[in-house]
Design a protein around this ligand. Structure first.
Ligand code: GAL
Length: 681
């Protein structure tokens, strides 16, 4: 089954971003850092993320002595290093001499030096300089006993519209369309508004100053930006693959980052890591609801590499400085968010940042050590407590989540849905629609993966694919095969309208053979105004009963050979089919033609889980549940985000991983508490 991320460390990693280069004139502080790290059970730090102007203060002049001394010292004290490449922020000399490293905006404005995360991914000069630096790092630190992981760049991603990017985009398109401009013209339907191209050199990236009306162009530009970023990543990764093949590589991802398709980047790295900054304790939602949002991200990250745990590369033990309102994490929340990371399949808990800097933009961003410099603070005590807890949970390392269900959330589909000039600009809400489905699974304690439409469906018995508007090649067939072999599939309105270059299917939606799988076709789709509601009423012989509210979208469908489960209750299409199912091979394909409320979707899923014998948990509202396992044991996590006592009930006997107490039958959880139950399989 799963394996430990870092075989030489027998502990869950606990630590964070450390910027000693800001304190080189304060050896007393650096010494104190090590003492406090040990007190907080810190066993890893990330060094070098933004240290280029210190390690190479002018071109070719290297200063790595300080870094070596710090790594040595950390290692002597039992603290490992994740070493980052500094490409996320460039020193002034570099931009001065190589201005093509700086990106150009969509309005054609070449930016000035400054900020970070803003290089041009096509700049050959920048790529060469980054590789030179990476060779230095690999040569000097590749065999350091404290080094466990390379961390490429930081939150990589940046769109650029310079001439180099324009030429590379044209090259990318030539390759994709076999150097045949007519093939591209057809795929993008450019005869519309007389937009046919005569050659690839005429094509500009989409911008509001030029072409934005060709969906195929818009989508291919996003694909190109991902491809170009992957090329940039590989430019760095390949140095380390060659020089230090035994040291794994990561790059830190972000929450629902809109500009990249992370599935493509995930293939180039060994470990998925990400940076989590939810708005804990907001006035707008309960702590549990915030946690569900964070769980969605954790699970998506875990699902990028299902055979190993992920890393939480950054989080904050207190507050950030860039939310609209920078609220403190309330007492107890840090521990719960830590347990949530583990519960969702993470094997590390790391912070941005270890120590607050004295100046510049992040001087008020939360940290383990603040300007007070003391360890008798609330935040330090929280971190220390969490560190002690993690030290007692080493056995969780490498355990896996093995869900039988998956939710399709596809980044390219998201781009296509959002770009489509259809429905309502205000209520498409593709991510939110997927999250609502995710929440139903969460509330019932059913673990699931979040996957792209192109993934292998064979591990699953249930797949929910909301608003799968764009069908990439092979997806319709894979879904059909999934159902025929016994899987149960739920699709919704706005499925299978276009192919992967956004051309509509002719002859009926959902296209590419899915009409047959669902036994119906969509004839029209009605967009409701925000306050309007329709309803779906389940018919007499349906195993699901009741009437449920629907909003935003109602598709009008013509049923061919599916069973009608529910009909619309209002409007001129009252009495026409709204929810259907069709058996196919050994499985079933459900079609929900309207944006039905969560209650409705939950009833459909309850029916499916029962038929597929997928166990549910009876969870009190506000309690999150997940399971991880290895060959011998399972570990079940319960997190009570409420201010009340909550009772959970368990059929099997287990022991509390932290106290060794037996947990059986009904068990009362304290307010704001967590429980990890270990059971022999
Ligand atoms: C992250 C970034 C860190 C730090 C942090 C502050 O996005 O990677 O360097 O800026 O945000 O919350």
């Amino acid at each position: 089954m799963g394996k430990k991320l870092f075989p030489k460390i027998d502990q869950i990693l606990h630590g964070g971003d450390y910027n000693p280069e800001q304190w080189l004139d304060r050896p007393d502080i650096l010494e104190e850092d090590i003492r406090l790290m040990k007190q907080a059970h810190v066993n890893v730090v990330t060094l070098g993320v933004f240290s280029w102007s210190v390690t190479e203060p002018s071109e070719g002049e290297y200063h790595f002595e300080w870094l070596k001394e710090i790594m040595d010292n950390l290692y002597a004290n039992g603290i490992y290093t994740i070493l980052a490449t500094p490409s996320g922020a460039r020193p002034a000399w570099l931009d001065e001499k190589y201005p093509d490293a700086i990106r150009t905006s969509s309005k054609g404005v070449h930016h000035l030096h400054g900020q970070r995360h803003n290089n041009c991914m096509s700049s050959q000069n920048y790529k060469t300089l980054v590789r030179k630096m990476d060779h230095q790092l690999a040569d000097r630190f590749g065999s350091h006993p404290g080094l466990i992981l390379w961390h490429i760049d930081n939150e990589i991603g940046s769109e650029c519209f310079c001439q180099q990017c324009r030429s590379r985009f044209q090259m990318y398109l030539k390759e994709k369309y076999d150097n045949d401009i007519d093939k591209l013209n057809h795929a993008w339907w450019t005869t519309f508004w007389s937009h046919r191209f005569n050659n690839f050199e005429q094509i500009d990236p989409p911008t509001s100053l030029g072409e934005k009306s060709i969906h195929g162009l818009n989508l291919d530009w996003k694909r190109f930006t991902t491809w170009n970023t992957v090329e940039f990543l590989i430019n760095e990764v390949s140095v380390f693959r060659e020089k230090t093949p035994d040291i794994p590589i990561t790059t830190n991802f972000m929450h629902l980052y809109p500009a990249l398709d992370y599935t493509k980047l995930a293939k180039e790295i060994d470990v998925i890591s990400w940076d989590s900054y939810p708005r804990w304790n907001t006035a707008e939602e309960s702590l549990y609801d915030t946690a569900l949002g964070n769980a969605f991200d954790h699970v998506m990250m875990r699902s990028f590499k299902k055979d190993r745990p992920f890393m939480l590369m950054e989080s904050v033990p207190s507050l950030v400085n860039w939310h609209d309102f920078n609220k403190l994490k309330r007492p107890g929340v840090h521990k719960l968010s830590t347990v949530q990371t583990l519960a969702c399949g993470g094997d590390t808990v790391q912070y941005f940042q270890w120590r607050k800097g004295r100046g510049s933009y992040e001087q008020y961003h939360g940290a383990v050590i603040d300007h007070l410099g003391r360890s008798d603070t609330r935040v330090f005590r929280d971190v220390e407590e969490v560190g002690a807890m993690l030290a007692g949970l080493s056995e969780l390392q490498g355990t896996l989540t093995l869900p039988r269900a998956a939710l399709i959330y596809d980044q390219e589909n998201k781009w296509a849905v959002e770009d489509a000039a259809a429905l309502s600009k205000k209520t498409k809400n593709y991510p939110e629609t997927c999250m609502r489905i995710f929440n139903i699974f969460e509330r019932n304690g059913v673990d699931l993966d979040i996957i792209s439409s192109e993934e292998d469906y064979s591990p699953y018995d249930v797949i929910v694919a909301p608003m799968l508007y764009m069908l990439k090649d092979g997806v319709a067939q894979a879904l059909t095969d999934f159902v025929k072999r016994g899987g149960q599939l739920v699709a919704t309105y706005f499925t299978g309208y276009v192919n992967e270059t956004t051309l509509c299917y002719l002859g009926g939606f959902p296209g590419d053979g899915l009409m047959e799988l669902f036994g119906l076709y969509a004839e029209e789709i009605d967009t409701l105004y925000p306050k309007e509601r329709n309803g779906v009423c389940f018919t007499g012989n349906s195993p699901i009963q009741g009437t449920y509210s629907v909003k935003d979208y109602c598709e009008l469908i013509q049923v061919q050979d599916a069973q009608v489960l529910a009909e619309y209750t209002e409007d001129f299409y009252k009495g026409t089919p709204a929810v259907t199912v069709k058996e196919s091979g050994k499985g079933k394909a459900y079609y929900v033609a309207a944006r039905a409320d969560e209650d409705c979707m939950e009833h459909i899923l309850l029916q499916i889980w029962e038929e597929q014998k997928i166990p549910l948990q009876k969870l009190p509202v506000g309690v999150e549940y997940h399971k991880r396992e290895n060959e011998t044991y399972s570990y079940e996590f319960y997190i009570n985000y409420t201010e009340e006592l909550q009772t959970i009930s368990r059929e099997t006997k287990g022991i509390d991983c932290l106290t060794g107490a037996v947990v059986e039958g009904e068990y009362q959880m304290e307010p704001m508490s967590s429980l990890i139950v270990k059971c022999k399989k």
